[in-house]
Design a protein around this ligand. Structure first.
Ligand code: NAD
Length: 294
């Protein structure tokens, strides 16, 4: 069994980006600038946004945090989004999800300018991705593809079973892995909560991407020997014995499944850190594209 070490690979990617930023600085060019919009004080969101901002600083990007109160109205948030769209200084930005219930997420994501949509959630970018055109690929599936590429995991002609059909992970990774190219060319089965007899499908899988958010869902008797397992799930499980009151669990029964797997991602330290690295990569891309357009 070989660990797909997202922490190590994400650090490599960040070093590559930092080197590109240093070159930009040496040439006297503007460095990439990422903004993050956070509405309210959800604990997990604060952690995610904080770590994105810190990563920007470490690699030499500029970063701006727009932290708005929980009671921000949809209209006020839209105005913030329009301001960011019009701000030439900012190359890309993210609106941290989930938003408070009184705000229509779809309306906000549609208002983000596709050229600054480094999360790749806008339909324009999603459509371009699906058509194999240059776009911003959502950071989590982008990170999974990069991990498979850098470990040279064989995917061509392999049967990949994706568990979960969300717009940010399951659906896009099923599209990407079925396309032509490196870390792709797979035959993909996209499964979800209405799938019948999931086990009969996972038992046929050469590669499993699990993105459903149920701790320990994928058990050893659901996989065949030599399977490649990508565990996207990150769930906080309450644990009063720990100082912070919880631990993070993936979707996979790691202990047992890793004994059968040829490659497997750990949680934490697998897909999670890759997601942040690819968000930074998208921001670098956004800067390069804006430079070309200037
Ligand atoms: P989601 O929570 O929006 O949806 C879950 C999906 O799982 C749905 O499509 C549903 O149909 C499917 N599902 C639920 N029960 C199922 C079952 N019994 N069998 C088969 N399918 C089932 O999905 P999401 O936003 O992609 O999040 C999934 C997990 O991935 C969560 O734990 C989330 O925290 C994590 N996540 C991690 C990262 C990262 O950076 N590593 C990024 C995004 C999401």
């Amino acid at each position: 069994m070989k660990l797909l070490d997202g922490k190590k690979i994400s650090n490599q990617i960040k070093e590559e980006i930092a080197a590109a930023v240093a070159d930009m600085k040496n040439r006297g060019e503007k460095v990439p600038h990422l903004a993050a919009v956070l509405v309210g004080n959800d604990g997990a969101s604060l952690t995610y946004v904080g770590s994105k901002v810190r990563s920007c600083e470490k690699i030499g990007f500029r970063s701006t945090l727009v932290h708005l109160p929980e009671e921000t109205t949809e209209e006020q948030l839209l105005q913030e989004v329009y301001k960011l769209n019009g701000n030439k200084d900012i190359d890309g930005y993210i609106v941290q999800l989930p938003l408070p219930k009184h705000i229509d997420e779809e309306k906000i994501l549609l208002a983000v300018h596709p050229d600054k949509d480094v999360d790749g959630f806008h339909p324009t970018n999603f459509g371009k991705m699906a058509l194999d055109m240059p776009s911003f690929v959502p950071a989590t599936p982008y990170g999974i593809m990069e991990l498979l590429k850098r470990y040279k995991v064989e995917t061509q002609g392999k049967h990949c079973v994706v568990i979960g059909r969300s717009h940010i992970v399951g659906r896009p990774i099923s599209i990407l892995m079925s396309q032509k190219g490196e870390a792709a060319d797979a035959t993909v089965t996209l499964t979800h909560s209405r799938t019948k007899d999931l086990k009969s499908l996972t038992l046929q899988a050469d590669i499993i991407v699990s993105a459903l958010g149920v701790p320990g869902f994928l058990k050893a008797d659901m996989v065949k020997d030599g399977v490649v397992v990508i565990d996207v799930g990150i769930t906080r499980v309450a644990d009063p014995s720990r100082e912070r009151g919880y631990y993070l669990s993936g979707d996979v029964d790691f202990e047992a499944v890793s004994r059968k797997a040829s490659y497997i991602t750990p949680v934490p330290g697998g897909v999670g850190p890759m997601t942040i690295a690819m968000l930074l990569k998208n921001t670098l891309l956004a800067r390069e594209r804006h430079k070309e357009m200037a």
